[in-house]
Structures are given as C-alpha cells and as structure tokens.
Design a protein around this ligand. Structure first.
Ligand SMILES: *Cc1c(COP(=O)(O)O)cnc(C)c1O
Length: 392
C-alpha cells in the first residue's frame, strides 16, 4: 500500500537560521518582553532596509497600518482611499483608526489600486474643503489619505501615487505588509519615494515572520509619535501617561525571530523569485488559459505569493482546478474575496468593481514557502499540468 503524500502547504515559516539561538538568548538574558536589544536592532535594520529615518515595530501588520493613520492625525470623520482587492486587514486598520475606507477597484494590468479611477472619483465626488484637502460631497467626510496595497509583493508606480496625493492634499500610507525587500523604479528605496509611511507584516505566512508582528517605517517625528502611542503614552520612568495610549508593542522574543529572518532576506527573495519563474513557465504552456501574476515593470517586486490566474471564459474551471489540486494534496484555496463583498463592508463607500469581481475567483496562489524543495515544486507543477493539458 502506498501512503498518501502529505499536503504541500501554501506558505510556512522557514526557521532554519539563527532563530533558535537568538530565542535562547532571550531566555538566558530574561529579555522576553517589549524592551530588549533585538527590538532596537530589528527597528534599526528595518529603517535602513526601507530607506527611512526611523521604524517602530508593533504587534501586527494591521496595527502598523492603524497606527500609521492615527499617527498622521487621521481618524473619525475621515475617508481613506484603498483597493477592495486586498486582505480584509487593510480595511480593518482604517476602521480601527476611526476613519472609513473608500473602496476602489484595481487596475486590470497591475492588480493594484486604480489611480485613474481614484482621480476620476476625486474630481466627480469631492470638492475642496478649504484646508487643502477634499470633502466627499455625499457623506461629508474628509478624504485624507490613500492606502495603496503592494499586492502579493508587487511594486507600485510610486511617482504616480505621490503625484496624485500631492495634487489632492492626501497622505500616503503604503500597505507593504507582504512586500519586504521591494523597491521603487530605478532601485529607489520605498522610503525615498515621498510617501508618509510604509507598513509591514511579520505574520507566519509572510516572507519574513516573527510569528506575528508588524512595523511602521517613516520620518523620525511620525515614528516617535507612533512609538509613544503604542507604549501606553508613557512619559519618563514613572507611571505618567499624557494621553490614552495603546499596548501595541512587539516583544523582544518576536524581534529575535525577526533579526534572524532578516539575515536571510536575500536568500528568501531569491527562493521566491525561483518559485515565481517556475510557475510563470508553467503558465506559459497554456497561454490561452493562464497568465502569471502581474509583475509591474517599474521597480522590484518580491513575489510573496506566486502562481497564475485563469483568463478563459469557463466559469466552472477555477473551482474544478482547486478541487483537483486539493485531491493531489496541494493546498490551493480561494484568493481574497474583495472587501466590498465582505459582510462588515457591504455598506462601505465603494466604486464600481468590474476588475476585482472578475478576477478574484480566477487567482491561484500556489505553494511558495522559501524552503519548498525541488521534489515538492515538481509535484505542484505536474499536478497542474495534469489538469490543464487536456484543455489546450
Ligand atoms: C498580511 C497582510 C496584512 C495584515 O497583517 P497582519 O500582520 O496579519 O495583521 C495587511 N495587508 C496585507 C495586504 C497583507 O497581506
């Protein structure tokens, strides 16, 4: 009897570097809580990598986005433009800040926020508020920020994002949750593009993980403000607090993992690229049916997830392919359901969504752990070939 092969997961942590040693250091030194040398080191390294003056680490990517908005003074009465094709956390972070999301369709080529549509809506549905910003006419809310998402690690046209934001008096908070290591056009660091804040996630399935965690990178004043808010707004060494703060810090234990993971970022990114190339090659065998995930030309994308999408017309094929892969013990699930279709955001302000609604069921994120072996990669490709070959 042959035993059933174990399921190849979508993305699991690769903890084969200095992780165990650094965790042991936390135990030995007793620095297991929110103060400690790994926290400081991780923050310094993240600021350098991002090209910002400073960075502060927090307990999740969702919280990083929320605190970037709060730190910029965005909250109740405000609107934040963001793509509907994202993980729900992007919208949740806006809600937690007290502001409301304005959900916008994505661009059909890049799958990132459709900036042309943003401009059209700003022109048609908002008016100058007299303070350099824009008031949304129907809701009366102030459009204060734009939150583009680097979907699956794709880079953005930062020049266009920042140009639009300047024109309409908006702040830019980048959801780079899954995009650590990405660069703007010409190899420019994200921090040198003119955006206000860049937010990362270190959740278990991200390229770099701390188990859980997040980071906001940006200017020194903004980051100082966020750090203060996230550590109970404490002043000095005694129990003095000058406002209602949060306990949103990352622990030294999480940061120890982060420091060890960052040491191998280049290797991880190379592994992700190799996996992307393999899936792009596979998609290339079925050009009438499949295309790889977009890779915007202007800059470096980091392929947190890779795979392909179905471009044909047979609406039953995507689910049939998912079932086929599951039966072959490959963890292929549905991609993110757009946020405007999610129960809590059903009544959110939203654009028309032909692109996001047409795309999401056709997207197939395939296994992409950085230590995915050749044998497993071949198993994924063979299983996919077995499904698509009869459809050529
Ligand atoms: C992972 C992710 C988040 C949320 O990060 P958490 O650390 O899970 O809170 C937000 N946005 C995007 C695009 C993500 O991929």
């Amino acid at each position: 009897m042959s035993s059933k092969p174990s399921t190849i997961p979508l993305a699991v942590p690769n903890l084969l570097g200095a992780e165990a040693r650094y965790l042991q250091e936390c135990i030995t030194s007793t620095f297991v809580s929110s103060v400690g040398p790994f926290v400081n080191q991780f923050e310094a390294e993240l600021a350098t990598l991002t090209g910002t003056e400073a960075a502060t680490v927090v307990c999740s990517g969702t919280v990083a986005l929320q605190m970037a908005l709060t730190g910029l003074g965005i909250g109740p009465g405000d609107l934040v433009m963001m793509p509907s094709l994202s993980f729900i956390a992007t919208a949740n972070s806006v809600s937690h800040s007290g502001a409301k999301p304005w959900l916008i369709d994505c661009d059909v080529q890049s799958w990132t926020l459709d900036l042309g549509l943003c401009r059209e809506l700003l022109e048609r549905e908002t008016e100058p508020d007299g303070n350099g910003g824009r008031r949304h006419r129907e809701s009366g809310l102030s459009v204060r920020a734009i939150m583009p998402v680097m979907i699956m690690g794709a880079t953005l046209d930062f020049g266009a994002v920042v140009g639009l934001a300047k024109e309409y008096g908006l702040r830019v908070v980048v959801d780079a949750a899954a995009a650590i290591g990405a660069e703007a056009k010409g190899g420019v660091a994200l921090g040198a593009t003119g955006v206000d804040a860049i937010c990362y996630s270190f959740n278990g399935n991200k390229t770099i993980t701390c188990g859980g965690g997040g980071c906001v990178a940006g200017g020194a004043a903004l980051i100082g403000r966020i750090r203060h808010l996230c550590s109970t707004a404490r002043v000095g060494r005694d129990y003095d607090h000058d406002e209602i703060g949060y306990n949103f810090r990352m622990t030294n234990v999480q940061a120890a993992l982060g420091v060890a993971q960052l040491e191998r970022l280049d290797d991880f990114l190379a592994a992700k690229q190799r996996i992307r190339d393999a899936y792009a090659k596979l998609a290339g065998r079925y050009p009438d049916h499949l295309s790889p995930f977009p890779q915007p030309e202007a800059g470096r994308s980091v392929h947190w997830f890779s795979g392909f999408w179905y471009r044909g017309d047979d609406e039953s094929l995507p689910d049939a392919f998912r079932a086929h892969m599951q039966a072959a013990a490959i963890d292929l699930r549905s991609f993110w359901k757009p946020i405007h279709l999610q129960e809590p955001y059903r009544n959110a302000l939203a654009s028309n969504m032909p692109v996001a609604e047409g795309l999401w069921r056709r997207i197939f994120p395939l296994p992409c752990s950085t230590h995915l072996g050749d044998e497993d990669l071949a198993r994924v490709i063979d299983a996919a070939d077995a499904f698509w070959a009869p459809h050529v």
